[in-house]
Design a protein around this ligand. Structure first.
Ligand code: SF4
Length: 189
């Protein structure tokens, strides 16, 4: 942990829906107590795009479905003392991992893109183009959970975990007593 009087907290959303971040906001007025104890570094909450200095705790929402997700997760691992996978998407891929089931051909990624943009009966794509703008991050061959890419210290299940769960986990980690993680608040749906 850093020597700063306030702990530093970074958060990010990879292949997630921001529901886990919304759940963090569900701590309601306790966010005032939280910012007494922590300073937010990179986070969608303050729109800081890069980690500015070493952080005590990093919260990861979502798994990895593209190259940018992997780079972000690796940056968090390098620069955070404790890394927490928050929610089912970070822990096991969540809904995006359904695309891992599309792997019948020799080129599962191509098959997946054709299913999404060309072949599905519900697609309206008159020019039959698959998005290929060079600015788009490179899609991975499949969706990876966070622990398949870097070492994860803690996992908080739930879709999303409750605000109470996130509050108690964060305060435990900030106070250096992660063994007190509240098992009674854990949910798996
Ligand atoms: Fe959204 Fe649920 Fe995934 Fe969190 S775990 S990012 S709430 S789908």
């Amino acid at each position: 942990m850093s020597d700063s009087p306030k702990k530093r907290l970074a958060t990010t959303s990879l292949a997630g829906c921001f529901g886990c971040h919304m759940s963090l906001l569900d701590i309601d007025e306790r966010i005032l107590a939280l910012i007494e104890q922590v300073e937010f570094d990179r986070s969608p909450i303050n729109d800081i795009k890069k980690i500015t200095r070493r952080c005590d705790v990093g919260l990861i929402e979502g798994g990895c479905c593209n190259e940018e997700n992997v780079h972000t997760l690796q940056e968090f691992r390098r620069k955070c003392d404790v890394l927490v996978a928050v929610g089912q998407c970070a822990i096991m891929g969540g809904l995006p991992v359904m695309r891992n089931a599309i792997m019948h051909s020799d080129d599962p990624l191509k098959e997946c893109l054709y299913e999404a943009y060309i072949d599905s009966p519900y697609i309206q794509n008159d020019n039959h183009q698959i998005p290929n703008d060079p600015a788009l991050p490179l899609i991975l061959d499949r969706v990876y959970s966070c622990s398949e890419v870097v070492k994860i210290d803690y996992q908080i299940p739930g879709c999303p975990p409750s605000g109470d769960m996130l509050w108690q986990t964060l305060t435990s980690l900030i106070e250096g007593r992660p063994e007190n993680l509240p098992l009674e608040l854990i949910k798996y749906d």
